[in-house]
Design a protein. Structure first.
Length: 176
């Protein structure tokens, strides 16, 4: 069983990315899953990089303990959210080394799909991420309390690939 941290850059629990993450959490059966909702972190401490703040320190500990991390963000103008950027800025340059990463995004048009490869993936690499599974993008209009059949199958396949990568990851295999 892997420990997974979901980092949510969703501006609200009812926003498409927040709803999408509920579906992802349901698919991560058999893993210990923790969710870090960046919007709930203390704003001044987040933006000033106050690593002495207890809540920020706890968030950093969640990152340290995770075997795998889902980084989820809405896409605005072909870029990830400022919440995601602010949180990842707190991490050291090697904070994501040895972890399996799964970039996940939602947005209003297919044109936003490029944000995963051209914006989010390089940001993760700058924090030491090497093991990044192919990201997954879902159009906002396809996200609801239930997902359309094809959208649900595509999401389940992406989560399955992430889960499989965790299972095969050398760091997790030796820790078991």
């Amino acid at each position: 069983m892997a420990t997974i941290l979901i980092v949510s850059g969703s501006p609200a629990p009812t926003a498409p990315t927040g709803v999408l993450l509920r579906h992802v959490t349901d698919l991560l059966v058999g893993h210990e899953v923790h969710t870090l909702t960046v919007r709930d972190l203390p704003t001044v401490s987040l933006l000033s990089g106050d690593l002495l703040d207890g809540t920020i320190r706890h968030a950093m500990e969640l990152v340290d303990r995770a075997d795998g991390i889902v980084v989820a963000s809405p896409v605005y103008r072909a870029a990830y959210s400022g919440l995601v950027q602010s949180f990842l800025n707190l991490l050291g340059k090697a904070a994501l080394t040895g972890k399996v990463l799964f970039p996940l995004a939602s947005g209003g048009s297919q044109g936003h799909l490029v944000a995963i490869e051209y914006a989010l993936r390089p940001l993760l690499a700058a924090r030491g991420a090497v093991d990044v599974v192919p990201g997954h993008f879902v159009l906002d209009e396809q996200i609801g309390e239930t997902l359309a059949d094809q959208t649900a199958r595509d999401l389940a396949g992406a989560v399955r690939r992430f889960s499989q990568a965790l299972t095969e990851h050398p760091g997790l295999a030796t820790a078991s």
